[in-house]
Ligand binder design. Sequence first.
Ligand SMILES: NC(=O)c1ccc[n+]([C@@H]2O[C@H](COP(=O)([O-])OP(=O)(O)OC[C@H]3O[C@@H](n4cnc5c(N)ncnc54)[C@H](O)[C@@H]3O)[C@@H](O)[C@H]2O)c1
Length: 311
Amino acid sequence: MGELKGKKVLVTGGAGFIGYHLCKKLSDLTSNLTIYDNLSSGKMENVKDVPKAKLVKGDILDLKKLLTLDKFDIIYHLAAQVVVPYSMENPLIDFETNAKGTVQVLEKARKDHAKLVFASSAAVYGNPSVFPTPETYGFHPFSCYGLSKVVGEEYCNMYQSQYSLDIAITRFANVYGSRCHGVIHDFLDKLAANPGKLEIIGTGLQSRDFIHISDVVDALVTVGSEDSANGKVYNLGYGTTISIIDLAKMMLKILNLEKKTFISTTGVSWQGDVTKIWFDNSKAKKELNWNPKVNLEDAIKEVIAERKLSK
Ligand SMILES: NC(=O)c1ccc[n+]([C@@H]2O[C@H](COP(=O)([O-])OP(=O)(O)OC[C@H]3O[C@@H](n4cnc5c(N)ncnc54)[C@H](O)[C@@H]3O)[C@@H](O)[C@H]2O)c1
């Protein structure tokens, strides 16, 4: 693997869920790590738990501040508005943060001649007709969030071809693990409040490819350090799919609540919600020598145990 030692690394959105885990790993590999985050959804606790990283509190929309930061060798661009329904209600804010914000971070990379790793999403595929979905499926966004990620990717392609920047794009499926937000934690919160009832938003038939944060971090480190990843796009998913209703049943079984909890569905999804995410991850496996290791059921057991401990 290429070396990160001695490299100056910037992580935008480093106080968020994925950013925290990535920074924790990076802080073992380089002594020069900076987090740039406006703490809108990120947490101070995440920053404090990576004591070797320096925090600069700032917004990616503040170009002046971005450009006056130190010079970096590698920039991981994770900062984003990440909520699909919010993007449908506030398309302009979503566009500002995810599309314009990405161009601003690219400007910082251009100034520094830094390599940039962009955090994109399954949302660029929308509702695919090909499963498992390969990177070559193309852009078919179904939400404003998905569209703003497409714009971010296209600007990455532009900066790569026109300014010869080294850029790698990673598209994440549903990332989960400790400190995450999302359906697994929503279910656990609901069950903690009322173990007798679990309401699923939507039909429950929508399905997702869940990938554990530790597997995503492994891939991100390789993508950031290997020159061979430059100019490439990688799907980072486990390569399987599970319906939300089956996920709920799996969780109830682990919690020994199968016979005690009544599952209901609202029947109506939020605007921009997609039916199925199931990634073809063979390119990342082959080219990055990456093999996602963490099994969903085992990891949920760990998340549950961790929540019990933290109470
Ligand atoms: N979590 C997933 O399952 C998932 C799936 C696909 C793609 N992604 C992408 O991965 C990245 C990280 O997601 P996450 O799950 O860690 O989300 P998160 O909300 O936990 O982290 C996002 C971070 O960005 C920061 N941020 C937001 N707007 C900012 C701004 N204008 N300036 C500076 N900082 C700002 C937030 O404070 C937060 O710390 C995002 O780009 C997201 O779109 C995540």
